[in-house]
Design a protein around this ligand. Structure first.
Ligand code: ZN
Length: 672
């Protein structure tokens, strides 16, 4: 035993002193499309196997060289696996792992030529491999949803990385991506692409919003479909889990099954017991028998859904709480804590690996609970502020964090925060990267040990438009040193190319710095905004189009930015016309106001046509289903009221807070 130790010691000592750790020595993995390197996987886990496969696949795509698997480590080895399984001799060259989640360390050594990718856990191994591929030039800014827009994978005959070593770990334990393919009626192929993309961008779980009960597909059948369509397999091989089924109380206490025999289990609204549907109400949370049945059904489902590790169960979306005397007296937030706590308590012994979560700050439960004693120690809360303004982050003194702070104190089993950075349902149609909010929010997460970040993208039609925020968000919460604002530069250069890239990077950094521009473009621009948009067109958009002309991919990508910018300018002109009309009306020039109103009708028709054209490009810019609804109200909703006031010779403004002096009137506005 002793002798063995001595022998080992000698080998380790010799090897470790033999490694050259000098930085910036190029380590050549592939030369002239040929490689003498092999991949040695030291851990027999599914994640290590997957990571090795990804490394081999992308190196092959990059260089044409296929690196074979090696049975043992040696010179010209890429050694990958769990840190604990890395042979001691090679552990020596790895930096010490920081505290944090899903960590990895990488060492690239010359003399002998060895690369080591070591994960603290399965996720760490995979992230480490992606990091290595990013060092070589790969980027995964968007899911592979558009065959005209491939992943950023360089084509190289020589693949070389400079010798160095580094480590990364996450301050945020769970990073959950709810992509638009994971809502309601699932698109399984899309869902799988989004799993792939999420893992590449350092998420470790996916969010799932199940179909509501009125779709007549049970949660069991929906989960079974994950298996049938290979979604479960894709998650499992990456070691990812599911957060969900989200809004699902109507599934867990189904009206069709129980209402006939137990109407008193359901919510009271306007004196009548009503189902958990639109214009109905939440079930009667104070009814003990109803809760018991609800808990029983939830557990039955959890048993059949092994990949759900955070059972996030949330009241059906848009429903008011039960108005019976007992429910009213107890308060909706207090009662929801009771409903979810009973389930958490039941699962404590039977399914200790499943976390239970419900919602706070949203829908039927806007206010924090007043009775914290009823809350189970294991109960998690997901807090969501729908329609949030992203100009200030949670850590900013200008942000009123009272509601968030109080819900955080109620979340005894851990807090998740729902982030709407890439969402469109409540965000502007043309918007910049929310990097300011990301950095401030991350400070709040770290300071208060918020354990989960949940990122929501909905609906489908905006996936590219707002995808950059999902990308930057995933990276920001994984690595506390990641600067999302700086990362915009890398995005520009890698995605739009070295010529057009700098213009687009400047463009998005300007939007990130002036985040109010996004909200103004949706609601009402002023002269300064319109000047900025016009300047950006000249300074960034036109030169970028010219610079990308010779390259099909770059031109295709720049065109998307240009189209969205043109839409922003178009909307801004609509705002200007509205201001001109109001100014004329205020000054009792009603005939002139009527003339400009006719022009505004034509112009806003043009904006609507612009929205439809962008939706029909089918490139993830605008969701077509929203154009005739929300969008139309925003663009044309003011015209009728304005016409009425002109006819009535009414001088009062539509928006009394608007500074009309900011509107510039051009001679052409009233002249024919
Ligand atoms: Zn009730």
């Amino acid at each position: 035993m002793k002798m063995f130790f001595n022998l080992c010691f000698t080998v380790i000592f010799t090897l470790s002193s033999f490694f050259s750790r000098a930085a910036d020595v190029p380590v050549i993995l592939v030369k002239a499309n040929k490689s003498q390197w092999k991949i040695h996987t030291v851990s027999a886990t599914k994640e290590a196997k997957f990571a090795a496969g990804e490394l081999q696949k992308y190196l092959q795509k990059i260089s044409g060289a296929t690196l074979p698997a090696a049975k043992a480590p040696g010179n010209y080895s890429i050694i990958i696996g769990l840190k604990k399984d890395i042979p001691a001799a090679y552990q020596k060259i790895l930096p010490v792992m920081d505290k944090g989640y899903d960590a990895y360390t990488v060492a690239v050594s010359a003399k002998p030529d060895v690369v080591v990718v070591a994960g603290e856990n399965g996720q760490g191994i995979i992230y480490g491999v992606y990091d290595l591929l990013e060092k070589i030039g790969c980027r995964w800014f968007y899911p592979r949803q558009d065959s005209n827009d491939p992943e950023v994978v360089p084509s190289l005959s020589t693949v070389s990385i400079n010798s160095s070593s580094w480590m990364v770990s996450s301050p945020t334990r769970y990073r959950i991506y709810n992509g638009d393919g994971w809502f309601f009626k699932m698109d399984y192929e899309l869902a799988k692409e989004q799993v792939d993309w999420a893992m590449k961008n350092r998420y470790n779980a996916v969010g799932w919003q199940a179909l509501a009960s009125n779709a007549n597909v049970s949660l069991f059948d929906q989960y079974d479909d994950f298996k049938k369509h290979g979604v479960e397999t894709e998650l499992d091989k990456r070691g990812m889990f599911i957060h969900g089924p989200a809004h699902s109380f109507d599934q867990l206490l189904n009206h069709d099954v129980y209402f006939k025999d137990h109407p008193e289990w359901f919510g009271l609204r306007d004196g009548k017991r009503v189902p958990q549907t639109y214009a109905g109400a939440q079930f009667c949370w104070s009814n003990q028998d109803a809760r018991k049945e609800f808990t029983k059904n939830a557990i039955a489902f959890i048993e059949k859904a092994p990949l759900i590790k955070i059972f996030s169960n949330i009241p059906f979306d848009g429903g008011v709480p039960c108005a019976c005397d007992i429910c009213k007296k107890a308060g909706a937030s207090n009662l929801l804590m009771v409903v979810a706590s009973e389930l958490a308590e039941e699962l404590k012994t039977t399914h200790p690996d499943v976390m239970v979560e419900t919602i706070g700050g949203y829908g039927a439960v806007p206010d924090p609970p007043t009775n914290l004693d009823v809350i189970n120690e294991r109960l998690r809360i997901i807090w969501a502020q729908w329609g949030r303004y992203h100009g200030v982050g949670y850590d900013d003194p200008a942000y009123d964090a009272k509601n968030l702070d109080n819900w955080r104190k109620a979340a005894k089993g851990g807090l998740s925060i729902c982030q709407y950075y890439p969402d469109n349902f409540a965000e502007p149609w043309v918007m910049g990267p929310f990097t300011k909010a990301m950095v401030s929010d991350r400070r709040y997460f770290i300071k208060h040990n918020v354990s989960a970040m949940y990122m929501l993208t909905y609906p489908k039609g905006y996936w590219w438009n707002h995808g950059l925020n999902a990308y930057l968000g995933g990276r920001t919460y994984y690595d506390k040193t990641y600067d999302p604002y700086e990362a915009i530069r890398d995005y520009g250069l890698k995605y739009y190319g070295p010529q057009a890239g700098p213009y687009i990077a400047d463009y998005y950094q300007e939007w990130a710095t002036n985040i109010d521009l996004s909200y103004h473009v949706r609601d009402d621009t002023n002269n300064e905004d319109r000047k900025m948009l016009a300047d950006e067109q000249k300074k960034f958009i036109e030169p970028a189009i010219a610079a990308a002309k010779g390259n099909k991919s770059y031109a295709y990508r720049v065109n998307r930015v240009a189209k969205l910018h043109a839409l922003a300018m178009n909307m801004a002109e609509g705002h200007r016309l509205r201001g001109v009309i109001e100014t004329l009306r205020k000054n009792s020039k009603f005939d002139d106001a009527a003339k400009v109103l006719e022009k505004a009708k034509v112009h806003t028709d043009g904006i609507m046509a612009n929205f439809y054209a962008l939706a029909d490009m089918n490139q993830g810019l605008i969701e077509r289903a929203e154009v005739g609804g929300f969008i139309k109200i925003g663009i044309k909703g003011w015209l009728d009221e304005e016409q009425k006031r002109i006819a009535a010779h009414d001088t009062t403004p539509l928006n009394p807070y608007k500074k009309l002096s900011e509107t510039e009137m051009l001679p052409a506005d009233v002249l024919k």
